[in-house]
Design a protein around this ligand. Structure first.
Ligand code: AMP
Ligand code: ZN
Length: 670
């Protein structure tokens, strides 16, 4: 092929791509197409033809790359640059006012504004652009590590593969399926004798979890962007400015409205409660956020959620159903939890066939009997509940429920301590409890031991090969080989997976222990404050409560955990097995910037923004985006922005790039 031809093709390809991008934007973002589908197909066909002729001219951000193709073996893990937190919930005007009160208490600032947005019921994604091209898309995963779903996300037509801005940026948005697409897909599945999806969110999540991006491409998903996490060059003062910029770049931005005060927020929330059905996608509420980004920084977050935002969940949806039976299930703590088995009903977009009844008193209070017609409700992700019995429907055949006197799993006598609502199996080696504890221990966020699932644990307990999670580490391969469905290869894999879990990070081990109320966030906080299990065990409840993010309930629970001989025993066996029961030495040494907050402004010569962020975070510090009174250092590059002035006003220590370098070098030598 001669050069002239290739040069011409290059120009033609560029022009076609530009036209297709414009058409996609008009169709999928603005919902205002200006060319017909046939014209669009023609452009696409022309581009495909040229690209086939000159495959070396195909780029990852070409519109032809949206159709899906490559089938992956597995999803790569992606570490998030900033943890993806949850949102606190509110359910009524009073709780929204409380939210405002908490903010007022935490800042001296007086006149702040809110931005109210739709809370889209889909799945959240992190999106990165570099040099003007879509570079990476990832799921939330456990908040810290997600999965790389770039190939699947490319199939989302409302996500631009190319933008004007050449900076490095990271965004967050919600991937969702419109109600009409959801119906189309389910219709098709039923025709193919496949199981229908329960709701649009499951369908969207299922599509993004496909290793074959062609499947995702066939599902026609959408995305709405609701946040900018970082931008390597620009600085923004408010959330509204961010939205304005994102729109300018061609993103499909989430619906939003400014509100001057909490009363205005409440009005908007009530308005949408009635209008929600008019949307072609499901929202489970609204999200209320502080507009001023510096104030967000000042308010910060708890281990679980930001203090500057709250979700407003719409009131539950209710329907009637019939209680077919009441079953008992056992939890990790041995609690007997009654569950109503219901005639299936469609509720808030999913099929409900069970509802928790919490405990014996709850059943008595609501007078729920087997055979009763009941009102069931569901709100968002909350487990469905029975609101009340419709007594007019009784015909006398209903049976009263009685709490069993014996554990349905091990047969031991159950006990309900005076003054407590919960009935428990008193047998500390009850297989049900043991199983739940072990399941928690091996789960993904804890020790992440692949291959050890419910079925294997059942077998191990049954054959008395283990009694608790510490015993896992003393299993030999020959123990496993003879179990059902095991064999040479899988028993080897399992022993290998168990062995590999020995050096999980300390905070995961703390979480894995299964101390009540200690979730992953609290475990991390504890590991930041105590460098070994001995230190943690020696902590008093007063000392624990002094830690930001650890309340009295968690503190008590930790004390109780270590007070039990059985648990101390477990820990000494974990130690014997060589489990990592302390923070790594190296982690400590590097933490010479522990707790310090850095802000960067202007362009740096020797580092990119993500490099400095990495350096600071590795040393235990934090890189934040806006200057506030809590900032420790402002590092300035060339042409610093408004942050410089603000830092001067607040008297914050200012470092030049070379001073910042010195800081890193000096400390590292120590
Ligand atoms: P939750 O998981 O209920 O604590 O709420 C947090 C989740 O809400 C995030 O991970 C997002 O997936 C989702 N979400 C939906 N819409 C928004 C929005 N406008 N702003 C922030 N988060 C949102
Ligand atoms: Zn039991």
């Amino acid at each position: 092929m001669n050069n002239l031809n290739k040069e011409k093709a290059k120009k033609k390809i560029a022009a076609l791509r530009e036209k297709i991008r414009e058409a996609e934007y008009r169709y999928f973002v603005l919902d205002d197409p200006q060319i017909s589908d046939a014209e669009f197909d023609k452009l696409m066909q022309d581009l495909i033809k040229l690209e086939n002729q000159f495959p070396e001219l195909i780029t990852a951000d070409s519109p032809t790359q949206r159709v899906g193709g490559e089938v992956l073996d597995e999803f790569e893990k992606v570490e998030h640059s900033t943890e993806m937190l949850s949102l606190d919930n509110s359910f009524n005007a009073e709780e929204l006012r409380d939210f405002e009160q908490r903010i007022a208490k935490n800042t001296a600032q007086k006149d702040y504004q809110f931005v109210v947005e739709h809370k889209i019921d889909g799945l959240s994604a992190v999106i990165r652009y570099q040099d003007g091209s879509f570079q990476l898309g990832a799921t939330r995963g456990n908040g810290e590590v997600g999965e790389n779903i770039t190939e699947n996300m490319k199939t989302i037509r409302s996500l631009p593969l190319k933008i004007k801005d050449k900076a490095e940026l990271e965004l967050r948005g919600e991937i969702y399926l419109s109600k009409s697409e959801f119906e189309r897909i389910n219709q098709q599945r039923l025709e193919n004798d496949e199981k229908a999806f329960a709701n649009p969110r499951n369908a969207a999540a299922g599509s993004m979890r496909q290793l074959d991006s062609k499947i995702a491409a066939s599902r026609r998903l959408s995305i709405l962007i609701y946040d900018l996490i970082s931008h390597s060059e620009k600085e923004f003062a408010t959330h509204l400015e961010v939205f304005f910029y994102l729109k300018e770049q061609g993103f499909n931005v989430n619906w939003h409205k400014k509100a001057a005060g909490i009363e205005e927020v409440i009005e908007i929330c009530q308005e949408w409660e009635e209008k929600r059905e008019s949307l072609d996608f499901e929202i489970d509420g609204l999200v209320v956020k502080i507009n001023d980004l510096a104030l967000r920084e000042e308010l910060g977050s708890t281990a679980r959620s930001p203090r500057w935002a709250i979700a407003y969940k719409f009131p539950a949806q209710q329907k009637t159903s019939r209680v077919k039976d009441i079953e008992i299930s056992l939890g990790r703590t041995g609690a007997l939890t009654p569950t109503a088995v219901l005639e299936a009903v469609e509720l808030a977009g999913s099929t409900v066939s069970r509802a928790t009844l919490h405990n014996e008193d709850e059943i008595k209070r609501k007078d729920i009997r087997i055979g009763d017609t009941v009102l069931v409700q569901k709100a968002g992700d909350v487990i469905p509940e029975v609101v009340k019995v419709i007594k007019e429907k009784r015909d006398g055949s209903e049976k009263e429920f009685e709490m069993p006197e014996h554990c349905p799993v091990c047969g031991s006598k159950v006990k309900r301590p005076e003054g407590e609502a919960v009935t428990r199996c008193t047998n500390i080696s009850c297989p049900a409890q043991r199983k739940e504890k072990i399941l928690h221990f091996v789960s993904r966020d804890a020790m992440n031991i692949e291959g050890v699932g419910p079925a294997l644990i059942d077998q191990l307990l049954e054959h008395q090969l283990i009694d608790d999670y510490a015993d896992l580490y003393f299993l030999k391969q020959h123990h496993l080989k003879d179990l059902e469905r095991m064999g040479e290869k899988s028993s080897q894999n399992v022993t290998e997976a168990i062995r590999a879990s020995k050096d999980r990070e300390f905070f995961r081990v703390i979480y894995a222990l299964g101390i009540r109320h200690v979730g992953l966030g609290a475990a991390r906080t504890l590991s930041n404050n105590y460098s070994s299990i001995e230190q943690l065990r020696a902590a008093s409840s007063q000392e624990l409560e002094e830690i930001d993010e650890i309340g009295p309930v968690i503190a008590d629970s930790i004390i109780n955990f270590f007070a039990e001989k059985q648990n101390r025993d477990l820990i000494s066996r974990l130690k014997q097995a060589g489990i990592n029961l302390s923070r790594e030495e190296s982690e400590e040494k590097e933490e010479f910037l522990a707790g310090l907050k850095f802000v960067f402004t202007g362009s740096l010569n020797d580092f990119t923004r993500s490099e400095v962020k990495d350096l600071v975070e590795k040393a235990g510090g934090r890189s934040v985006s806006a200057v506030s009174s809590k900032t420790d250092y402002l590092v300035i590059g060339d042409n610093p922005g408004s942050k410089y002035q603000k830092a001067q006003e607040l008297g914050i220590e200012i470092l030049t790039e070379s001073e910042f370098k010195q800081l890193l070098e000096n400390k590292e030598e120590k």
